[in-house]
Design a protein around this ligand. Sequence first.
Ligand code: SF4
Ligand code: FES
Length: 250
Amino acid sequence: MVTNEIKLNVKRYLPETGEMKESQYVVKANKYTTVLDALINVKEAQDSTLSIRYSCRMGICGSCGMVINGRPMLACQTHLLSLSKEEISVGPMEGHPILKDLVVDMTEFFDKHRSVMPWLYVDNEEKFNPESQYIQQRSELDYYLPFSYCIKCGLCVDACPVSNTNPRFLGPQALSQAYRYNSDSRDHGERTRLEKVDAFDGVWGCEYAGACSEVCPKGVDPALAIQLLKLDVMKFSFTGKVNDRKSVKV
Ligand code: SF4
Ligand code: FES
């Protein structure tokens, strides 16, 4: 199998001294080698002080987001040779506070996610005493399914020009998840979510740059979700009604 030598230029942050620096490592790569494989190899064989975060290695857990050649990407889904360069730059996501090297602090990101109630909200007795099941039709599933693939990697927030200039903006991930749960026929939390996102730091902060959807590794299309959420917010403000995507309980 063809093996190439690639230079990895890794941007690093040392919290003890506040120093930013760049370290260069040379790694061997074949067509299967991902950026994450290369970084793990560096950590194991060349420099144990390098900090990286990962878990699943297969694009599911959302842990390994970083900026690769200037673009927010998942390291475990990016093959080194697909980047067609002998030198590759790798750095931490820049839209989140950096903890060390390639590891960023996701606390604020998850706080915003939690603030839109990303769960099925049931506001009646049935929550404690379920008596029957909610049947969902295929057509009802289609309303939210594409937006349910979010793995909370934070790449969309990293790419969003509004998130990068207004730290209070809820951001494409949280807003798209507000739409995802509002569009689920089993949920009854729409009013609370619509009131939450009807704000300058909510849906109205979105300038539809579309960068979030460009970089999303799961094809979630947060930009579309936010525009659809704007429609729901307007309908709610003018008519007091929420969407009618409700299923029938049987
Ligand atoms: S919407 Fe896409 S880019 Fe944003 S956190 Fe979810 S999976 Fe990642
Ligand atoms: S390690 Fe889980 S998404 Fe990359």
